[in-house]
Design a protein around this ligand. Sequence first.
Ligand code: PLP
Length: 407
Amino acid sequence: MTKDIHSARADFPILKQSVNDHPLVYLDNAATTQKPQVAIDALVDYYTRLNANIHRGNHSLAVQATEAYEGARRKVAGYINAERNHEVIFTRGTTESVNLLAYTYGEKFVQAGDEVIVTQLEHHSNYVPWQQMCLRRRATFRILPFNEHGELDLALFERMLNEKTRLVAVNHVSNSLGTVNPVEEIIRLAHAHEVPVLVDAAQSVQHIAHDVQSMDADFYVFSGHKMYGPMGIGIFYGKEKWLEALPPFLSGGEMIDNVTPEKVTFNVLPYKFEAGTPNVAQAIGLGVAIDYLKQFDPLELQNYEEDLLTYGLNLLAEIPDLVIYGSPSHRSGILPFNVNGIQHYDMGVLLDTMGIAVRTGQHCTQPIMDALHISGTVRASLALYNSREDLEKLADGVRRIIKMLKR
Ligand code: PLP
């Protein structure tokens, strides 16, 4: 039996509070989602019952903590349908995962004159690490622009691919416009040139159907805190053949096999990429968040959130002087807008006085804002516990602010 989406809100204790004397309407989910009680309990339970350093210990707590941590890895691998558990590496989040690849792949596979392609829709976390790596390796940093709908042009992408292209990095869903990018097609085109692809799934893994094997992603990264799990834990998935070929990223304890003054040999996967004591409690918490998510029917979840998005965009579109950014044919989770004559920052502060949490500014996507010739947007973003009522309160709040400021 799958869980009813309408019952989800009750599982998130933080949503029961009032903010500025109004029941909280939390619409900043692209920044971070709230956590269900079960995921919060998992952290407390770990430190109450299980805490021990993992892998190296042979006492009971160390063995149990290790089993719980490795159990979490299996849950993640199952959730994204990785072929092997050791293709799942725990990191601190999407940003660290992208940096892991930019440093290791850059060192091993990118030479002067080579090219790396990212898109103009990327979050800085999937943009700056590639730009910096290209500078270090004297490679060319190429950017696939988006069109007037906020979509990528695949014909142009195909023309950009050539024998010098070493890697493509693209998000599945844009955190600023919500565009769902055709990553399967991008991967297919890149693979035709034997170019591997990194998919930044920070804004998609919690919203839309995903399967790294059918997608054929070479690398796939996301953050636990954006999918109802704890902060400080993220995932770097890579196909085994790539993980074997890449050098380690961080070095130190656990990632070694044998150390002498002259040389070191490295541990097997996944430990080769997990130097030092990992975020054990957070990994276990992420596993519990995945268990929580798996109670819902994934398609029902996706349809529910897409319905909600359309409902919210329609409500906003009726407001005079309100501009919605982008018109992609497939959008997920994000409502980006401004009201003519009102600063996005002011709109955010005033919505907060009504208990409505949204984000304002550039959303770590300055290239998008520059292309749109704006300094930022108001961004409402959705999660499974949001309702039509939340979006009605948002639209009503915006109308009241317009009235107040334009009187
Ligand atoms: N990529 C995308 C598309 C994002 O939306 C974000 C965060 O907003 C990131 C990467 C960075 O995630 P984190 O800060 O969890 O590392």
